[in-house]
Design a protein around this ligand. Structure first.
Ligand SMILES: [Zn+2]
Length: 364
């Protein structure tokens, strides 16, 4: 197994196409063709984590946060980022970062928080738009069935709980090939009319290359007539944050104690208590102040996130309980999610959960 094989599994869970623009995800250090000796999973790649990888004979570190974020101009070892990268290269250790690709994944960071809190009726809090594409193509009528089947098996035509979705219209196409053409229907130099089916089908944007390859391979025309457009529709399968419901509603104080235990945190900073029951809960692992309005619009009774600033707490406006459980704490179970996922995908292989606590924040 090579590094790229592991990457393929990870990108099936969290395609990099859905990472945020500001982010730096993917293989940050190392050779994608290197043979993997072991995988170490961590939230942050610190020097201690690289040391752990060396001791455990792991030459691939799967890290949630990217160690290289703003770009590197020098490699002299003057700060921890440079030292980590230098040490990894020196020991032939590859580093892969999944970060916001996993934040935006349906079975990602926030699903894990929902499961930890026992939330049901889950849905994405801020669904992404412009991630669904639409393919329209024109195919000889007698080839339509075969082309549809090929497109379906490449991942097109899935909408929510429905697969094999397409819309088809019968009509006729016309064309006239020049001297250098080699038409599969009709003769060059003569305008030909062909009974055709117009197929319209949607697909998630990360599959575009695969879908187009399938189209060109399965369509008999020398020049395939097709259009790809991007839809503005919200994609309910991709996006930041989640909202779900507790099985039983709780008083605010009971909920905060429950949260403290479940999220294994020493400190929760929260907005004013509103003296109402908590049932609907929005969550967003990591820095989530940008999603306060979305949580309020979703009618959540509480919003669980991290890195809230003084002024953010005012925006609760007596309508929601904001709770900051700590950045590390909100994302800590992501490591377990990645280990469980990779263990299921890659059997009989060393996939190790890092023992290093990388939380830079201490409580007194
Ligand atoms: Zn984070």
């Amino acid at each position: 197994m090579i590094v790229q094989d592991v990457i393929n599994h990870l990108e099936e869970l969290a395609p990099l196409a859905y990472a945020e623009d500001f982010d730096n995800v993917g293989l940050l250090v190392g050779d994608k063709n290197a043979k993997v000796t072991g995988i170490l999973v961590t939230l942050d790649t610190l020097e201690a984590v690289v040391d752990e990888a060396i001791a455990e004979k792991c030459n691939l570190i799967v890290s949630f946060h990217p160690i290289i974020f703003k770009g590197l101009k020098k490699l002299t070892g003057k700060n921890y980022v440079e030292r980590v990268v230098m040490k990894a290269i020196k020991h032939d250790i590859a580093i892969y970062s999944i970060h916001t690709a996993l934040d935006n994944a349906l079975q990602g960071v926030n699903d894990m928080i929902c499961n930890t809190l026992g939330l049901t009726n889950k849905r994405i809090l801020i669904p992404q738009s412009e991630t669904i594409k639409k393919l329209t193509t024109y195919v000889p009528k007698d080839e339509a069935e075969q082309l549809r089947t090929a497109l379906f098996s490449s991942g097109a035509g899935t909408i929510g709980n429905y697969s094999n979705c397409s819309f088809n219209v019968e009509g006729y196409g016309t064309f006239n090939g020049n001297d250098t053409s080699n038409p599969t229907k009709g003769k060059k130099g003569i305008t030909h009319t062909e009974a055709e089916t117009k197929i319209t089908i949607t697909f998630p944007k990360h599959l575009e290359y695969k879908i187009l390859q399938t189209l060109f391979k399965s369509h008999s025309y020398e020049e395939v007539a097709y259009e790809v457009t991007t839809l503005e529709n919200k994609n309910q399968q991709i996006g930041m944050g989640m909202v779900g419901e507790l099985e039983e509603s709780m008083s605010e104080l009971d909920f905060l104690s429950y949260l403290k235990t479940k999220m294994d945190t020493k400190c929760i900073r929260h907005s004013s208590l509103l003296n109402k029951k908590i049932k609907k809960v929005a969550v967003l692992g990591g820095s989530g102040s940008f999603a306060i309005e979305a949580a309020k619009n979703a009618d959540a009774d509480a919003f669980i996130t991290a890195d809230l600033k003084y002024h953010d707490f005012f925006t609760a406006e007596n309508s929601i309980l904001l709770a900051d459980v700590g950045h590390y704490e909100s994302e800590q179970f992501t490591k377990n999610l990645l280990v469980a996922y990779l263990t299921k995908k890659i059997t009989n292989f060393a996939i190790i959960l890092s023992k290093t606590n990388t939380n830079p924040v201490k409580y007194f």
